[in-house]
Design a protein around this ligand. Structure first.
Ligand code: PMP
Length: 367
């Protein structure tokens, strides 16, 4: 089996697995004052320190959550004030507030800075601007420093969904008002993430209860997950840039074989592990099935909704025609991806194209 769906989730790295196994034997509840409780607290705080150290931030800024979805919800729902979200946000930001103002993007999926400036100029504080650092569907990298500059100019807060950014790009983490991460996107376990808050945001808390996580996220903490996430950030980091030759080889080959294929955001700066491509005339679900039959796991745009394949709101926002967007495929690579995997994918793409041609020929014959 060939796995080319790292943006959906990544394999667990051994260091994270080991740290989690160690944590399984931890009996106590970190909120208990007795020895067992204190031992559990020690593990949890060790994990918090590992996360904080990775971003060179104080531990008090780190709140553990069940993932990026929850972290984004805490911010977007909890923020009292006006909220602007880019049109290419993950659903966990885009569909949270009915009163959110949408920031348009250009045809490459980059935030329109002039439109944002106009919005900021005409809106009363407090304002929260939410922008995804690396798009999960196209891999496009947003100009976060320019956004920071704009937000500072208008005294707005900037929240960054960095779920797909960790290890792939560096950001001025301490200058962001807040950002979210999700462990399973960088070799950690699923079901754990963090919300990192650097600015005084005055949030309405969503999950009320025992007051854990400084009152921001009640509920007994997931120590095992936190240890796995901490270990994934402490382990020697994979250099995602090494995937660039594979990306270049893949894209060049696919365009050679099928000149009518469209690679989205090709003109913009993208991370080296993501290729979003459409093969007009072949629906995404047909492509997915074909690759699955060839033992290759890929995705059609976002995989986050229960196995449903729908036209991507990201591509729609980029003015991609529905007919083309319906034929989109996402290939996302990672540390176990080899040149052979990419060649296998290219072979399967070639056989898909042959099938398409045969169907087209039949259609012409019977027309
Ligand atoms: N934001 C982005 C950019 C993502 O790619 C994802 C995962 N697809 C999420 C948020 C949600 O993360 P999680 O599944 O950990 O809640």
């Amino acid at each position: 089996m060939i796995y080319l769906d790292y943006n959906a989730t990544t394999p667990l790295i051994p260091q994270a697995r080991r740290a989690m196994i160690e944590a399984f034997d931890c009996l106590g509840n970190p909120s208990s004052v007795h020895t067992h409780g204190r031992e559990a607290r020690k593990l949890l705080e060790k994990a918090r320190e590992q996360v904080a150290d990775y971003f060179r931030l104080p531990t008090r800024n780190v709140t553990f959550t069940s993932g990026a979805t929850e972290a984004n919800n805490i911010i977007a729902r909890g923020f009292e004030g006006n909220i602007f979200v880019s049109a290419v946000e993950h659903d966990s930001v885009l569909n949270i507030r009915s009163d959110a103002t949408i920031i348009p993007v250009n045809n490459d999926g980059l935030v329109n800075l002039e439109a944002l400036e106009e919005l900021l100029n005409s809106t009363q504080a407090p304002v929260l601007v939410c922008v995804i650092a690396v798009n999960n569907e196209t891999g496009v990298i947003q100009p976060i420093d320019d956004l920071l500059h704009l937000c500072n100019k208008y005294k707005a807060h900037l929240h960054v969904d960095a779920a797909q950014a960790i290890g792939k790009i560096e950001l001025n983490w301490s200058l962001l008002s807040s950002f979210t991460i999700s462990a399973h996107k960088f070799g950690g376990p699923k079901g754990i993430g963090a919300l990192i808050i650097n600015a005084p945001l005055h949030l309405n808390t969503l999950i009320k209860g025992g007051g854990q996580e400084r009152g921001l996220r009640a509920g007994t903490e997931n120590i095992i997950g936190a240890m796995g996430m901490g270990a994934a950030l402490t382990a020697p980091q994979f250099n995602w840039e090494t995937l660039l030759p594979l990306q270049e080889h893949l894209e060049k080959s696919l365009l050679n074989i099928s000149p009518d294929a469209i690679i989205f955001s090709k003109a913009a700066q993208r991370v080296s592990n993501t290729t979003a491509i459409a093969l007009p005339g072949v629906l995404s679900e047909v492509q997915l099935m074909h690759f699955d039959l060839n033992n290759i796991s890929v995705s059609s745009g976002a995989a986050c909704s229960s196995g449903k394949v729908k036209v991507s709101h990201v591509l729609k926002a980029m003015n991609v025609e529905d007919d083309v967007a319906k034929c989109a495929l996402r290939i996302s690579t990672g540390w176990n991806t080899t040149q052979d995997d990419i060649n296998e994918f290219i072979n399967a793409w070639t056989s898909l194209l042959e099938m398409k041609h045969q169907k087209d020929i039949k259609r012409v014959r019977y027309a």
